[in-house]
Design a protein around this ligand. Structure first.
Ligand SMILES: [Mg+2]
Length: 482
C-alpha cells in the first residue's frame, strides 16, 4: 500500500532528552530538520516494530553516539583442566585470583611450571594455557546510557587485546552511531589491513567490540540479537559437552555415562597426548559405553602427521565416532583436504581461523567437512554471520566453538546459532558449568535442558551481570555504569 504524502502528514511527536515534546519543526530549523522528519516517516513505514520506531525517533532526533569504550580483564582459578578432562591441576591457589600468588596478567605461569594442558607435537607446544581462567570483557556505553557487553577470546594475553581496544579502536569509535555495526566493523578492520594485522589477536579484539555493539543494538531496539540477525531458525540450540573428565579410561567412561543421564546426545573427548593406540582404545571404550545414546566427537588438537591422522581417522570411523577434529596442524590445508577425501568420518576444523576470507580458503580447497568458528576470535557476530554464509555456499555446516570464557561468549554464539540455517552444534565446555567466570557472574544463568542450551530472549545478548560478582573477579579497576 502506498504511504501518505510526506508533505501533508502531521509532524510526529518526538521524545526529547529533557522529556519535552518538540514535534513541529519551525521554519528556522531549515531543511536539515525537515530531512530528519522525512526519514522518520520512511523508517516507520519500513520497520513497523514499535521498539524500532521508538529508538529510531531518538536516534534521528538526538543522534545517539558511542560515549565510552572500555575493557576489563577478569580472572579466577577454577579446576578447568581437570574438569575439561585434561591433565590434573597442580596446586595453584584458590578461587580468588589475588590469592593464587600469580603475577596478575602474565598468564605464562603454566609454561614456567613445566605443565601443559594439552599435548605436544614433536616437542612443539600447540598452545599455552594460562594457569588461571581469564577473559577480556568489552563494555560500550552510549551517550544516552545504554550499556553493551562483548568479549574478546583472550587467554593467555588479554592485555594485548585490551591495548588494541584502548589505543586503536576506541578513538575510532567514540562519537559514532552504535547501530552502524557493519560500517564500524569494516572501518576497524580496514584500519590495520595494510599492515597485515588481519587475524589473531587483532580479530579477537575486534570481536569483543562487535559483540558489544550487537548487545547495544538489541537493547536499543528491544529485541534479542537473533531477531536483529533475521532469526530465529531455532531457539533451543543442540549442544555437546566438551571434555570428558577423568584421568583413567574407567573414569572417563563413567563420566560419559553421567552425561547421557543429563540428557546430552553428544560429547567430545581429547586424544593426542599419549601413544596413539592407547588414546584410541580409550575413545573406543567411551563410544561403546554410550553407543546408540550419544555421539562421541574426538579432538586431536592438531598433533598428528598425515599418516597418523589417516590411521586414527579410519579406526575412529570403524568405531563409530562422530567427527575427528583438528587432526593436523592448522597450517597443513592440503593435508586436511587429502584427509577429508580419504575418510568417510567428518573432519572438523577452523577454531584457529578468523574472517570469511580464511574460512573461504579452507572451504574452497575442500579441507573441512564441518567448520568451527569461534565468535569471540573470528571477528564477532558480524563476521561470524558471514563465515556461516560462506560455509553454506559450500554446503558445509558450522558449529559454535567455545573455550575458557564467560557467558557473553556463549550467548554470542547461541544468538548466531539461532539465526543461521547451516548451524549444527554448540560446544558447551564442561569447565563452563563450574567456572566462576561463567554463569556464576550472571543474575540468571543461561538455561540448559535436555541436550540443548536455550538462547536468551531478553533484549541484546540477554545476559545480565551480577555487578558485585563481576567486580570481585575483575583484575582492572571496575565500577558499574550509572
Ligand atoms: Mg578443538
Amino acid at each position: 500500500m502506498q504511504g501518505p504524502c510526506l508533505a501533508t502528514m502531521p509532524a510526529p511527536e518526538l521524545p526529547c532528552r529533557r522529556g519535552v515534546s518538540s514535534a513541529v519543526p519551525s521554519p528556522a530549523t531549515g531543511a536539515r530538520h525537515a530531512c530528519h522528519i522525512a526519514r522518520l516517516y520512511l523508517t516507520a513505514q519500513t520497520y513497523r516494530h514499535p521498539a524500532y520506531t521508538s529508538y529510531t525517533y531518538r536516534r534521528y532526533a538526538y543522534g545517539v553516539k558511542i560515549a565510552r569504550v572500555e575493557s576489563f580483564r577478569i580472572g579466577a582459578q577454577p579446576d578447568y583442566e581437570g574438569s575439561a578432562g585434561l591433565r590434573p591441576t597442580a596446586t595453584l591457589g584458590g578461587s580468588n585470583p589475588s590469592s593464587s600468588g600469580l603475577a596478575p596478567g602474565s598468564g605464562f605461569e603454566t609454561a614456567r611450571a613445566g605443565r601443559t594442558a594439552l599435548g605436544r607435537n614433536g616437542g612443539r607446544h600447540l598452545c599455552v594455557y594460562p594457569a588461571r581462567a581469564e577473559a577480556l570483557l568489552v563494555r560500550i556505553v552510549t551517550d544516552d546510557g545504554l550499556v553493551g557487553w562483548g568479549e574478546a577470546h583472550a587467554p593467555p594475553i588479554p592485555r594485548v587485546a585490551q591495548m588494541l581496544i584502548a589505543d586503536l579502536f576506541a578513538p575510532q569509535l567514540i562519537g559514532r552511531d552504535p547501530l552502524a555495526i557493519d560500517a564500524i566493523w569494516d572501518a576497524l578492520y580496514a584500519s590495520m589491513r595494510l599492515r597485515g594485522y588481519s587475524t589473531g589477536v587483532m580479530l579477537e579484539a575486534l570481536a569483543g567490540v562487535d559483540i558489544a555493539l550487537w548487545d547495544v543494538a538489541g537493547k536499543a531496539l528491544g529485541q534479542p540479537v537473533y531477531a536483529l540477525l533475521g532469526g530465529p531458525y531455532r531457539t533451543r540450540i543442540p549442544c555437546y559437552l566438551s571434555g570428558v573428565p577423568g584421568s583413567t579410561v574407567a573414569e572417563r567412561v563413567a563420566g560419559a555415562r553421567r552425561f547421557v543421564e543429563e540428557g546430552f546426545r553428544a560429547m567430545k573427548t581429547s586424544i593426542g597426548r599419549g601413544a596413539l593406540d592407547e588414546d584410541l582404545e580409550g575413545v573406543e571404550a567411551i563410544i561403546e559405553a554410550v553407543r546408540g545414546k550419544a555421539d562421541v566427537l574426538v579432538d586431536a588438537h592438531g598433533v598428528y602427521d598425515a599418516r597418523s591422522a589417516t590411521a586414527a581417522g579410519r579406526r575412529l570411523e570403524r568405531a563409530g565416532a562422530g567427527w575427528l577434529e583438528d587432526p593436523l596442524p592448522p597450517e597443513d590445508v592440503d593435508g586436511y583436504a587429502a584427509l577429508c577425501a580419504a575418510l568417510d568420518l567428518p573432519v572438523a576444523s577452523g577454531e584457529t581461523e578468523c574472517t570469511r576470507w580464511q574460512f573461504n580458503e579452507r572451504l574452497r580447497r575442500r579441507a573441512a567437512d564441518v567448520v568451527l568458528p569461534d565468535v569471540c576470535r573470528a571477528g564477532g557476530i558480524t563476521e561470524g554471520r558471514k563465515i556461516a554464509l560462506v560455509a553454506d555456499l559450500y554446503n558445509v555446516p558450522w558449529c559454535v566453538h567455545a573455550s575458557i570464557s564467560t557467558a557473553v561468549h556463549l550467548a554470542a554464539g547461541l544468538h548466531l546459532a539461532a539465526a543461521t540455517p547451516n548451524f549444527l552444534l554448540c560446544e558447551y565446555p564442561q569447565s563452563f558449568r563450574s567456572s566462576p567466570l561463567a554463569s556464576a557472574l550472571l543474575t540468571q544463568p543461561i538455561e540448559y535442558a535436555d541436550g540443548h542450551l536455550v538462547v536468551p530472549s531478553a533484549p541484546g545478548l540477554g545476559v545480565t551481570f551480577d555487578e558485585g560478582a563481576l567486580a570481585a573477579h575483575t583484575l582492572d579497576p571496575y565500577a558499574p555504569v550509572g
